[in-house]
Design a protein around this ligand. Structure first.
Ligand code: CUS
Length: 147
């Protein structure tokens, strides 16, 4: 399931749109995740007691969205050579934050949905490449979850 150089380049081209508004897109992704998969909220002590309106206006949600996007930017730019970045991330998320690996699958779906809404020229090949990159990312994080 490895990604080709060409596929990584398609991902990075689409991702450049995300990088042009990382906090805005990160915020939109988290708000959509919390709306569509309410159970994910309970993993975030800072957010779990906020109402939908409070989530919308929360600077903390926006700040966390930015962290998520920036992390993915860093990982995608490694074009698959990301093991050293993922290991500490996987360990903190499995042991400390107790984020189920399924939440990474959910946020991956949400990221593609939000990108499709926000990016005008995000066609089928772009969507397929980003989906595959997020799958590689989630699978590789999952390997460290189990070890
Ligand atoms: O924060 C952090 O760090 C992470 C990021 C990634 C790795 C990119 N996170 Cu947060 C994760 C997650 C969330 O937020 C939500 C859901 C799922 C996952």
């Amino acid at each position: 399931m490895a990604m080709s150089e060409g596929e990584w380049n398609v991902v990075l081209k689409a991702w450049a749109h995300v990088e042009s508004d990382p906090a805005g897109i990160g915020q939109a992704v988290l708000l959509r995740l919390f709306a569509d998969h309410k159970e994910t909220l309970s993993s975030f002590p800072k957010f779990k007691n906020l109402s939908p309106a409070e989530l919308q206006s929360s600077g903390d949600v926006r700040a966390h969205g930015l962290i998520v996007v920036n992390k993915l930017t860093e990982v995608f730019k490694k074009k698959g050579e990301h093991a050293n970045s993922l290991k500490p991330l996987a360990e903190s998320h499995s042991k400390k934050h107790k984020i189920p690996i399924q939440y990474f699958e959910m946020i991956s779906d949400v990221i593609v949905k939000v990108m499709a809404e926000k990016i005008a020229d995000f066609g089928a090949d772009g969507q397929a490449a980003v989906r595959k990159a997020l799958k590689v990312f989630t699978t590789d994080i999952g390997i460290f979850y189990e070890s």
